[in-house]
Design a protein around this ligand. Structure first.
Ligand code: PHE
Length: 341
């Protein structure tokens, strides 16, 4: 760069300076470099500033001419500066968009979606049927006193069900057991509510049974109880026929066979027609008319009220409905099994 003298700088020098300045601006690699160029050519100690100062010593005519030349220089530099600044900003934006580009064609990763366990599904289906008939749902403790689990249900102290082989005792001394059925929930309802009563009692129950394909020491029941004036076995039969048809198919028939439970009299096993089963019938639940002793023990007048009760194994219904042949599949929590339902 030629050192410009205040007075004597020619138009040629100024043109050269303009070329140099605009080229430097155009070549600036980033905004900082561009700003340095601006300071170098137009700042306080720049050739431009010197030329402006030198104007003091010029004649009015010369000053006018020089002023026009300097304005032309400033305008040309400003244009080059702005152009480069806009370009750098556009480059930066393009680089950012490129870096943040999203490929919308990449297939989404599939997240595994959970669902209720088969047993929960079947239990809810069963409860839905009874709730639809007007039953309320009642629940009770899994750790239960012998009073509710046995005594109020007319199960005598010497009944085989009381023996250790069936019942898991938490404390023999205090007569605390893991409930062996959900009937104690029904006893709790009867001792606290006035008839008419219609409840279903879902829950886990416990028996000291060895594990095999059809037995588990923990399983799930849905038991039901209706107590009101004028309840007969016909109500029991109609209720369970409607249940069987909702769960197993509209054309199903049921039949009742005499049976025995300490808390019902008479008692019955209920079979439902089942294609493919050798006899054509399959036992699905136990039921009966609530024994007057049970009503009395629970504070209900057996001369005024009658009732029916039934107990259904949820695992058994799930296995029949879905062709599961080993009850252990219901407790193993193998996702390959669980995701089938
Ligand atoms: N409580 C019985 C059981 O656990 C089932 C049952 C309930 C039978 C009600 C008759 C009436 O096996």
């Amino acid at each position: 760069m030629t050192e410009p003298t205040p007075n004597g700088s020619s138009v040629t020098d100024l043109n050269e300076l303009q070329d140099e300045a605009t080229r430097a601006a155009s070549d600036a690699s980033d905004l900082d470099a561009l700003d340095e160029v601006r300071v170098r050519f137009t700042g306080k100690r720049s050739p431009l500033a010197e030329l402006q100062q030198g104007m003091r010593d010029l004649t009015p005519d010369e000053r006018k001419e020089r002023g026009q030349q300097l304005n032309a220089f400033k305008a040309a530099f400003a244009a080059a500066y702005d152009a480069r600044r806009d370009q750098l900003a556009a480059d930066a934006l393009r680089a950012r968009l490129e870096a943040e580009r999203l490929d919308l064609t990449v297939p989404a990763r599939r997240l595994p979606v959970g669902r209720p366990h088969l047993l929960t599904q079947v239990e809810h289906e069963m409860l839905d049927v009874f709730v639809g008939m007007g039953f309320a749902v009642a629940e009770g403790p899994e750790v239960e006193s012998g009073t509710y689990n046995f005594d109020l249900l007319n199960i005598e102290p010497d009944h085989p069900a009381r023996q250790e082989m069936d019942t898991i005792y938490v404390s023999r001394e205090d007569d605390v057991v893991l409930r062996t059925h959900t009937s104690p929930v029904q006893a709790r309802v009867m001792t606290t509510q006035e008839p008419p009563i219609a409840v279903v009692c879902p829950g886990r129950v416990f028996r000291a049974d060895a594990v095999d394909a059809t037995h588990s020491p923990v399983f799930t029941q849905v038991e039901g109880l209706v107590v009101a004036e004028g309840i007969t076995m016909a109500h029991l039969r109609g209720t369970l026929l409607a249940f069987a048809r909702r769960l197993f198919g509209a054309d199903r028939q049921i039949r009742m066979r005499p049976s025995f439970f300490p808390f019902t009299e008479p008692s019955a096993e209920i079979d439902v027609t089942f294609e493919g089963h050798p006899s054509g019938w399959l036992e699905i639940l136990g039921a009966g008319m609530v024994d007057p002793n049970v009503l009395t023990a629970c504070g209900i007048d057996p001369d005024r009220y009658t009732g029916f009760a039934f107990g259904i194994g949820v695992e058994r219904v799930a296995m029949l409905r879905h062709g599961v042949s080993d009850i252990r599949d219901l407790f193993d929590s193998d996702v390959r099994f669980l995701t089938r339902f």
